[in-house]
Design a protein around this ligand. Structure first.
Ligand SMILES: Cc1cc2nc3c(=O)[nH]c(=O)nc-3n(C[C@H](O)[C@H](O)[C@H](O)COP(=O)(O)OP(=O)(O)OC[C@H]3O[C@@H](n4cnc5c(N)ncnc54)[C@H](O)[C@@H]3O)c2cc1C
Length: 386
């Protein structure tokens, strides 16, 4: 049996970041990843500005496109485009971005083992035993960053988040579509209950997808194929589907010596489905808490307090924004397409220039000015997954 101070399960953005930060702090750490790296992760790969500050040196080479234009299309096909001078997001290719993050962890001193799945996690007194498909490890702390399908939650009975779902494909496109989407992200709402469809450009491919926080309320797959065909003229693509884990209530992401991070913790933005930032930031905070526990005996509950104080207020605003927007998304798509200022607010949120609750406040003000809409909204308002 091999021993480390900490083990991290899963080499996505959450796990690779936690492993890097632990190694940088001088903690002996092993990062275990079941897939062979680089591995595919269904994802649009859009990084908001706040995520950039959490990346290791040299990340710039991973940013493959820099959209400045944001087109928002409503239920009747009406569209409005907000154009910024600075990119409002940056797009990475997830398989190589995640490889870059795990290589940075390795350079910092973490032991990185891909193609090694954790199959059992047993918490004993003062130690955790991890059985993988070809070894056994004894550690003091575990970061469970094993994503939406992870086994760690089952092992320690960590409450599962709610699951939305998204389906996407990477579609190689010709020059005219490339030119059309060179600097533009497109979002379509109104026809996808509790969700939206997107087009995100990355060099010579378009990432095209449909996601929903209530995926069982409509034929997600069929709508996806229709959408791809409407954008590219062909539905001959190979789609990938994956959950969107999110929560409507805060659950402490700590179970004894096991800290949950990223999708495994379930702290995705329940309005936009942005998850990479939460994954990176929770990876940082989990590493910080373990370092403080190992060096100074601080309680691991510090991690829970940090998540609660630092990003639960914003995630809560995202939930409220979702509850405000999605029940009447068709109507809101009319309002938003007539109100580029609201769209612009949304981009400001993505760029970190405006707190979420301001966007929500501006949207609520529109609702209050319209009594009929307010009544309709009250009738429709039921939480996703409830
Ligand atoms: C279609 C789609 C589009 C999205 N687009 C965006 C976007 O544009 N921008 C954005 O911010 N977010 C987006 N998201 C969300 C984002 O992809 C996730 O929130 C993010 O990947 C979470 O990172 P993570 O490190 O927590 O988990 P993951 O990236 O899922 O990594 C978990 C890792 O754990 C490994 N693992 C699992 N079990 C084990 C085990 N037993 N042993 C060892 N390893 C294990 C897995 O192989 C995997 O590599 C999207 C999600 C979907 C589904």
């Amino acid at each position: 049996m091999k021993s480390y101070m900490a083990a991290v399960i899963g080499a996505g953005p959450a796990g690779a970041t936690a492993a890097r930060r632990l190694a940088e702090a001088g903690i002996s750490v092993i990062l275990l990843e079941k897939a062979r790296m680089p591995r595919v992760k269904p994802c649009g790969g859009a990084l908001t500005h706040r995520a950039l500050g959490l990346l290791p040196d040299g990340y710039q080479a991973q940013l493959k496109s820099h959209p400045t234009d944001w087109t928002f299309q409503g239920r009747r096909g009406q569209a409005v485009t907000v154009i910024r001078t600075d990119p409002y997001c940056h797009v990475v290719e997830r398989q190589f971005f995640d490889l870059f993050l795990s290589e940075a962890a390795e350079r910092a001193g973490a032991a990185v083992h891909d193609q090694e799945a954790v199959v059992r996690l047993s918490v004993g007194s003062g130690a955790v035993t991890l059985d993988t498909d070809h070894d056994q490890y004894n550690v003091r702390y575990v970061v469970a960053a094993d994503g939406a399908h992870g086994m760690a939650a089952r092992a320690v009975r960590f409450p599962r988040p709610l699951n939305g779902a998204a389906i996407e494909a990477e579609v190689p496109v010709d020059q005219s579509l490339r030119d059309r989407y060179r600097r533009r992200v497109e979002i379509h709402v109104g026809s996808y209950p509790w969700g939206y469809a997107w087009v995100i450009p990355r060099h010579d491919i378009l990432n095209i997808g449909v996601g929903s926080f209530r995926p069982h309320t409509f034929p997600l797959k069929r709508r996806f194929f229709e959408f791809v065909e409407a954008i590219t003229g062909t539905a001959d693509v190979r789609p990938l589907a994956y959950p969107l884990p999110y929560r409507l209530r805060f659950v402490a992401p700590v179970a004894g010596p096991v800290l949950f991070a990223g999708d495994a913790a379930g702290y995705m933005d329940a309005f936009s489905a942005e998850g990479i930032y939460s994954a990176l930031r929770s990876g940082h905070l989990a590493a910080q808490a373990i370092t403080a526990a190992a060096e100074s005996g601080h309680p691991l509950s510090q991690y829970s307090s940090a998540l609660y104080e630092e990003f639960w207020p914003s995630l809560k605003s995202a939930i409220k924004m979702g509850l405000l927007f999605y029940p009447l998304a068709g109507y809101w798509s009319d309002v938003f397409t007539q109100s580029p200022d609201l769209l612009s607010d949304y981009l400001d949120v993505a760029m970190g220039a405006l707190p979420y609750n301001e966007l929500r406040r501006h949207t609520e003000m529109r609702l209050l000015k319209n009594p009929q809409l307010l009544t309709a909204h009250r009738q429709h308002r039921r939480g996703p997954g409830q």
